[in-house]
Design a protein around this ligand. Structure first.
Ligand code: C5P
Length: 214
């Protein structure tokens, strides 16, 4: 059983996907964390983000492992430090490149195939990674509520953040994700769209569970 949850930054997909995976006893795959870990490494190495070949040279010598909600970059636990909005933006910049996406998609398919029962979340989980997923959800919410949620999450992780700055970054990231040529963020007609703006986490989880039971 593969449940794919896609949507823009801050739409609630990580929170929901994690809880759902836990309740169902499924493996949780956070595909965005892989783009973020790659972004962190490229920033540390000061790689030119306009140069796809240079980026690929680094990626081909990189190991990114996911274990529940933890992310390991070449053996280092980077789970928390990849969560800044800056890393998110660099992740969006490199996610435009076809070769980068191909590398990511092949690793993500491998992870899903090993795990069998998965909740996988990102931007292309149901459109590209697992087009035959059993259930495809597209989660959205207003940009303002998404920024508020992001501020809250980052504060809980101990980051000092400003709402307007985060809103700006989210809008920038939306533009990159929706408008890129390669796998743009777009629900195909087999997605079920959930607007989480006015919904509680429990309501969304219950609704998805009712879809699974169908
Ligand atoms: O989901 P998260 O916000 O952590 O993802 C960071 C960035 O990685 C996204 O803004 C997007 O550009 C990219 N991404 C992607 N495809 C995915 C997951 C993430 O392009 N499947």
């Amino acid at each position: 059983m593969i449940i794919a949850i896609d949507g823009p930054a801050g739409s609630g997909k990580s929170t929901i996907a994690k809880l759902l995976a836990k309740e169902l006893g499924y493996t949780y795959i956070d595909t965005g964390a892989m783009y973020r870990a790659a972004a962190l490494k490229l920033l540390r190495l000061n790689i030119n983000l306009e140069n796809e070949e240079e980026i690929m040279n680094v990626l081909e010598n990189t190991q990114i492992l996911l274990k529940d909600s933890q992310v390991f970059l070449d053996g280092e636990d980077v789970s928390d430090i990849i969560r800044t909005e800056e890393i998110g933006n660099v992740a969006s910049i490199i996610a435009r490149y076809p070769k980068v996406r191909k590398w990511m998609v092949s690793k993500q398919r491998e992870l899903g195939e090993i795990a069998k029962n998965v909740v996988i979340e990102g931007r292309d989980a149901g459109s590209r990674i697992f087009p035959d997923a059993d259930l495809k959800i597209f989660m959205t919410a207003s940009a303002e509520i998404r920024a508020q949620r992001r501020v809250q999450q980052l504060k809980e992780k101990g980051f000092v953040v400003d709402y307007n700055h985060i809103l700006q970054k989210i809008l920038e990231r939306d533009k990159l994700d929706y408008e890129r040529k390669e796998s743009p963020l777009r629900p195909t007609e087999d997605y079920i769209i959930i607007d989480t703006t006015d919904k509680s986490i429990e309501e969304v989880i219950d609704y998805i569970k009712s879809l699974i039971n169908k």
